[in-house]
Design a protein. Structure first.
Length: 417
């Protein structure tokens, strides 16, 4: 794939012309780039470069490159200039970064080009090193470029920050990101993301949250920033702020993913507002935002249970049980129905629990059944269930006590068991 490099200087032809010299009088203190006099290539090399530039301008990159590679410059300046031109063209070719860097390095090391040309070669070389993940060399290249040009550039600071991030030098990323932010003409997320990521990776979650607060203020319409801010608050254990942040996003219709709604529900529960958590869970399950699987249904049932909404908790444990035929869900449903004095329903759920998969304690279920029968004046069935519960070590003691109670009650009511 060919790609015409945007980094080839517009001054290429101008440098070929005669008589281009630096101003006679220079300021007392100038940057190295400003102190360079403009030079010209020799006439023999200049003619070939002129032709190569014409081919390059016509998008005939291979032809331009072939012509340049044929040149055998003798003067050091000519060599530096040709190497820079070749490096620029290779930089625009896919998979040719290493070759491009080789030629650019020769050009930069010669240190003979005019200020603008030398600076551009240095910058392109550093960019290619960054592209090739040679982060230490890229950092050195950018530092040299700044020293040579005495310029600050937002994108250079960003790339230096990215290089330090890749090297896991997170403390060195922060000032570079701050420099990039200072130089922004209009707000851009990149520097903030770099800064936030560095605080996050170094486990400075409160500082990471402060950066995302700035981002939310600058880019309030971006939903993922609200979620990230809430996550940072959670990591710093500020669950109140996390809930407030997610709730604001929810009210502004900025939540987009099922995980966002789950997170909001979780935060309500963590902030001891289980009813609101359950209502949100119920909403996203009913509208299909989140799949009604075992995990979601059992979580909803548990949250309603925490909110003391026993009937709804029992309902959703029943749905989880019907979906999975899991004994633990039928058992919880039976216990809640017993608590809400729905004895017939409790009996039905208990019977299903005994036949369901994964039953861990038959005695626990038999005790629920015994009480559901007992309070429904079904003493014979209650006694039978309680007797079965005595066979389970976990419930033997409680079941034995209940057996006597059932016998006495049945005798008092003159019921044969």
């Amino acid at each position: 794939m060919r790609m015409k490099s945007k980094l080839l200087p517009a001054l290429l032809l101008a440098t070929l012309g005669a008589g281009a010299v630096a101003p006679a009088a220079l300021a007392a203190e100038k940057c190295p780039a400003d102190e360079r006099k403009t030079k010209v290539v020799s006439e023999r090399v200049g003619k070939k470069i002129q032709k190569a530039f014409e081919l390059y301008s016509a998008d005939q990159l291979d032809e331009a490159l072939a012509l340049l590679l044929e040149i055998d410059p003798r003067k050091d300046f000519d060599k530096a200039y040709v190497n820079r031109f070749i490096g620029n063209i290779y930089a625009g070719k896919e998979g040719k970064a290493q070759v491009a860097m080789k030629h650019l390095q020769l050009s930069v090391d010669a240190d003979l080009l005019g200020g603008t040309d030398q600076a551009q070669a240095m910058r392109l070389l550093a960019d290619l090193r960054m592209q090739e993940k040679n982060y230490k060399a890229a950092l050195k290249g950018y530092e040299d470029w700044m020293a040579f040009t005495c310029k600050e550039d937002m994108n250079v600071y960003l790339r230096m920050g990215s290089a330090q991030f890749e090297l896991k030098q997170f403390d060195k990323v922060i000032p570079l990101a701050d420099h990039a932010i200072r130089l922004q003409k209009k707000p851009s997320k990149n520097a903030y993301v770099l800064k936030m990521g560095s605080y996050y990776e170094s486990k400075q979650y409160k500082k990471a949250a402060a950066v995302v607060e700035d981002m939310v203020e600058l880019f309030p319409e971006e939903s993922k920033l609200w979620v990230q801010l809430a996550q940072m608050y959670m990591l710093s254990e500020n669950y109140t702020k996390a809930l407030y942040t997610m709730d604001v996003a929810y009210r502004q219709n900025l939540l987009e993913k099922p995980s966002h709604y789950k997170m909001l529900a979780q935060l309500y529960a963590q902030n001891e507002i289980p009813y609101k958590s359950a209502v949100i869970q119920e909403q996203y399950l009913s509208n299909g935002m989140v799949e009604k699987d075992e995990s979601a249904l059992s979580m909803l049932a548990n949250t309603y249970h925490q909110a003391k909404e026993i009937a709804k908790a029992a309902k959703y444990y029943g749905e989880a049980a019907a979906l999975t035929n899991n004994a633990k869900h039928y058992t919880k449903q039976a216990a809640l129905l017993l608590e809400s004095q729905k004895y017939k329903a409790a009996q039905a759920a208990g019977k299903k629990a005994l036949k369901a998969d994964g039953l861990k304690s038959a005695g626990q279920v038999q005790m629920i059944l015994a009480q559901a029968y007992f309070y429904n004046d079904q003493f014979k069935e209650a006694y039978k269930a309680c007797k079965a519960a005595t066979k389970d070590k976990k419930t033997k003691k409680a079941a034995t006590s209940w057996l006597s109670y059932i016998e006495d009650t049945a005798k008092r009511k003159k019921v044969s068991i």
